[in-house]
Ligand binder design. Structure first.
Ligand SMILES: [Zn+2]
Length: 286
């Protein structure tokens, strides 16, 4: 499942490639699951809209749309109509779920199986949403999209520490709670806890101020390094150009059950916390 660094990588690639392009027409597949807004609503918001920008909010890709400025001549009337057009500043929100991909392709490129949406662009290219397992979601919103949790790369240490006060859940589960922090998933939670020297099963509220500070720094560090490496290519993740990321080669505990800890050579342990696997070094993490 793509986490924050992968979504950031994809959003940056899309922003570089698509900003300024215009969506000429939209095709949506017949499977209902990927569509969180009504199909007609999605088509109306996207068709003839200009892509003003693409960015990541939590684990969502947000495509900011704008309508073309009114033609000269009938300016006053059209400005009025423009202001009343509730699609004028719509946003297209994409959540990739487990296996979703947004791929830029030429129309002659073979259409992958499980393509659920195709945006035909003025530049002649297509933006395709492909998702074999159909946990991904497409939606349009008109009033500014916000993720529920704090942004891990922007949150202050004070606010970060406050998130975990009086929380009795394991720190690992608290890190994965999207209502607290937005976009942190299994890989980067395990990696950050390893770097911070904190066991995943520790109660969140039991972490000392200095442990919280180590975790805060480690989480930012691991996310930044992963973004720089283009994300982790586990399962079938690729960015918008179909390229893999490389951060999986820097995982220190995630997916390394039974292998020696890179610091002390103790075998890495894997446990299950609320249905999710957690990897840690029983010697380095307290
Ligand atoms: Zn160790």
């Amino acid at each position: 499942m793509p986490e924050l660094p992968e979504v950031e990588t994809i959003a940056r690639g899309l922003a570089q490639n698509l900003t300024g392009d215009v969506i000429e027409s939209v095709w949506l597949g017949s499977k209902p699951e990927p569509l969180k807004s009504r199909p007609g609503e999605i088509v109306r918001a996207l068709e003839q809209a200009r892509i003003a920008g693409v960015r990541r909010v939590g684990k969502h890709i947000v495509v900011d749309l704008s309508r073309r400025s009114p033609a000269a001549g009938h300016k006053k009337k059209q400005v009025l109509r423009f202001a009343q057009d509730d699609n004028a500043k719509a946003q297209w929100i994409v959540h990739l779920g487990m296996t979703g991909q947004l791929l830029i392709a030429n129309p002659e490129h073979e259409l992958p199986k499980h393509t659920h949406a195709i945006l035909r662009l003025r530049s002649g290219r297509e933006l395709r949403f492909v998702d074999p397992r159909r946990f991904g979601r497409l939606a349009v919103v008109r009033h500014g999209f916000a993720a529920p949790g704090a942004e891990p790369l922007e949150v202050s240490f004070g606010s970060f520490a406050n998130l975990f006060r009086r929380r009795k859940t394991p720190i690992k589960s608290a890190l994965l709670n999207q209502g607290l922090l937005s976009g942190v998933g299994n890989i980067y939670a395990d990696e950050a806890l390893f770097r911070a020297g904190v066991r995943p099963r520790r109660r969140a509220a039991s972490l000392t101020r200095s442990e919280l500070k180590r975790l805060y720094d480690a989480l930012k560090e691991v996310l930044r390094e992963a973004i720089a490496a283009g994300g982790s290519s586990v399962s079938d993740y690729v960015d918008s150009n179909g390229d893999a990321g490389f951060f999986q080669f820097q995982h220190r505990v995630y997916g390394r059950e039974g292998e020696p800890c890179l610091v002390c050579k103790t075998p890495v342990k894997r446990i299950v916390i609320s249905g999710r696997s957690a990897h840690y070094c029983p010697n380095c993490q307290k």
